[in-house]
Design a protein around this ligand. Structure first.
Ligand SMILES: Nc1ncnc2c1ncn2[C@@H]1O[C@H](COP(=O)(O)OP(=O)(O)O)[C@@H](O)[C@H]1O
Ligand SMILES: [Mg+2]
Length: 408
């Protein structure tokens, strides 16, 4: 691929970095796109796998057809077959209507099966069949249906372990991995680490209307020697934390250590978090985390309050500003001007992030923000996010689709 084409793709999809392995992965993606071959994207969690299938779809002859990204790890085992392959009316308790399923809905298009290693064995058998013959059967039906779907799957490296433990079919693995694409871990990307940090910190500074932060030379070196077990997702979170919390805008290596960045050059690596919580116990020692948690809880209470009022049908008797005012508090904007509206009971927090009057938001927007932030806090782990929000995984899954939150 020509260098200018490569740069155009990076720009279009917001991909930062020039590491040769990254360029090679993008090159393979573009080359394989016009074929109908199955592609398996391999890489640790947080390396940026999710953009690759989108590029492949957009560069294929199927680009005007449907594209679905399905996170196999977030769909409960009991419903995954019906989600993927559809079901007949009455196929199981609660199946009031029939359902087409993604394999039917994506006919002529592309399906991205993310975290494919999480699929139960029975579903793997169905998947192998549809890959080999284009045929599938809805749950509760005996009629064989045909579909023409291009499959792109992604998995983290643990799939090898799953194969050796008999949890993932080896034949399916080889069938999916006709073309494997390896996305390199962040620690192998050299100067890209610094580039990515700069990109994220400057966009967060802009979003929160804060001064940009600048890395000192020793800080840059530390970023490169750290192992980044959570890869780019982790880097993005840390850039955001530092950008919001640090009063000092010149970031030194010492400051980075406060955020858990350790010098791993002589060790086996690994994540050492400052203020790390014990298993099963949540630590809110990080001020921003505490603040977000407080606001999310407040948001939940406001929602409940609104629902309660709606249920009692007395909403017209409520002074509108009471509800609105409460709603405001859910999604703050940050600034360096003095706090004006809500009183957060911690001096530290008021020093770190302060509150200015935001514009009003609808309940839907509030819900979207709440879900997006909870997803980010839980690193897109849907079961933890659902638990935190007090909703079922299924409801969360629907909201994610409704609000288009699959991608960050
Ligand atoms: N090269 C990159 N440039 C900019 N952002 C990236 C890059 N790679 C990954 N990201 C961002 O990092 C986060 C994690 O990427 P994702 O594709 O979800 O990882 P995973 O490999 O776990 O699926 C996302 O917010 C994504 O936009
Ligand atoms: Mg992913």
């Amino acid at each position: 691929m020509k260098e200018s084409d490569l740069q155009a793709i990076k720009q279009r999809y917001g991909i930062v970095g020039n590491a040769p392995e990254l360029n090679r992965a993008l090159d393979i993606a573009v080359q394989v796109a016009p074929t109908d071959l199955s592609v398996l994207i391999l890489g640790e969690s947080g390396v940026g796998k999710e953009v690759v299938p989108r590029i492949i779809h957009d560069k294929s002859a199927r680009k005007h057809q449907k594209y679905f990204a399905i996170n196999c790890g977030s769909i409960p085992e009991g419903t995954i077959d019906s989600e993927l392959f559809g079901h007949e009316k009455g196929a199981f308790t609660g199946a009031v209507g029939e359902r087409e399923g993604y394999f039917g809905a994506a006919n002529k298009g592309t399906l991205f099966l993310d975290e494919v290693g999480e699929l139960p064995l029975s579903t793997q058998a169905r998947l192998l069949r549809v890959l080999e013959t284009g045929e599938y059967i809805r749950v509760g039906s005996s009629e064989v249906k045909k579909t023409d779907v291009r499959i792109i799957a992604a998995t983290n490296v643990n799939i090898q372990k799953a194969i050796s433990e008999g949890k993932f079919r080896e034949d399916l693995y080889y069938r999916l991995a006709t073309i494997p694409i390896n996305i390199p871990p962040l620690r192998a990307r050299g100067r890209d680490i610094e580039l990515l940090f700069r990109k994220f910190s400057s966009s967060f500074a802009e979003r929160y209307m804060l001064d940009p932060i600048v890395l000192t030379e020793d800080a840059k070196m530390l970023l490169q020697s750290y192992k980044w077990p959570g890869n780019i997702r982790q880097l993005k979170n840390i850039a955001e934390q530092i950008c919001i919390i640090s009063q000092e805008r010149n970031i030194t290596a010492e400051a980075l250590i406060q955020f858990g960045i350790t010098d791993d050059s002589n060790t086996g690596g690994g994540l050492v978090l400052a203020n790390q919580a014990q298993p099963g116990q949540h630590s809110y020692e990080n001020e921003r985390e505490w603040l977000v948690h407080a606001l999310t809880s407040l948001g939940k209470e406001v929602k409940e309050l609104k629902e309660m009022i709606n249920n009692q049908q007395i909403i017209h008797q409520q002074p509108a500003h009471i509800l609105q005012e409460a709603e405001y508090a859910v999604a703050p904007q940050y600034n360096t001007t003095p706090a004006t509206r809500i009183n957060i009971p911690s001096e530290n927090i008021q020093n770190a992030v302060e509150y200015v009057e935001p514009t009003p938001r609808s309940m839907k927007e509030v819900e979207e923000i709440q879900i997006r932030e909870a997803l980010q806090r839980n690193h897109f782990n849907r079961s933890r996010t659902a638990k935190e929000l007090g909703i079922s995984e299924r409801t969360l899954y629907r909201r994610i689709k409704d609000y288009g939150l699959e991608k960050e």
